[in-house]
Design a protein. Structure first.
Length: 89
């Protein structure tokens, strides 16, 4: 079954968190979905969240039907997500 991983600020306050949770809760028919946080409210937490997300994306099996949906904004968020995108195969 195909799976989508939503990567972004799913645990931080704000509207995108609500969007990400809604998308993960109601995936398209025949799909499953999950959330992977890439942001935290504190600098050290943010670095750990990004590192953890990168490790999780690198560990994805190459033969699986997985879509990685990166939720990015501007400035550092975009650069952080581009680095995560480079980890995807």
């Amino acid at each position: 079954m195909p799976h989508v991983i939503h990567v972004g600020p799913c645990e931080s306050p704000g509207g995108i968190r609500t969007v990400m949770r809604t998308l993960a809760k109601h995936p398209p028919e025949g799909w499953t979905a999950s959330l992977l946080p890439s942001h935290a409210n504190r600098t050290l937490g943010m670095m750990f969240a990004a590192w953890k997300a990168a490790r999780a994306l690198r560990a994805l099996p190459s033969d699986a039907s997985i879509v990685v949906h990166l939720h990015a904004a501007s400035d550092w968020s975009l650069w952080r997500k581009l680095r995560l995108a480079a980890r995807c195969r």
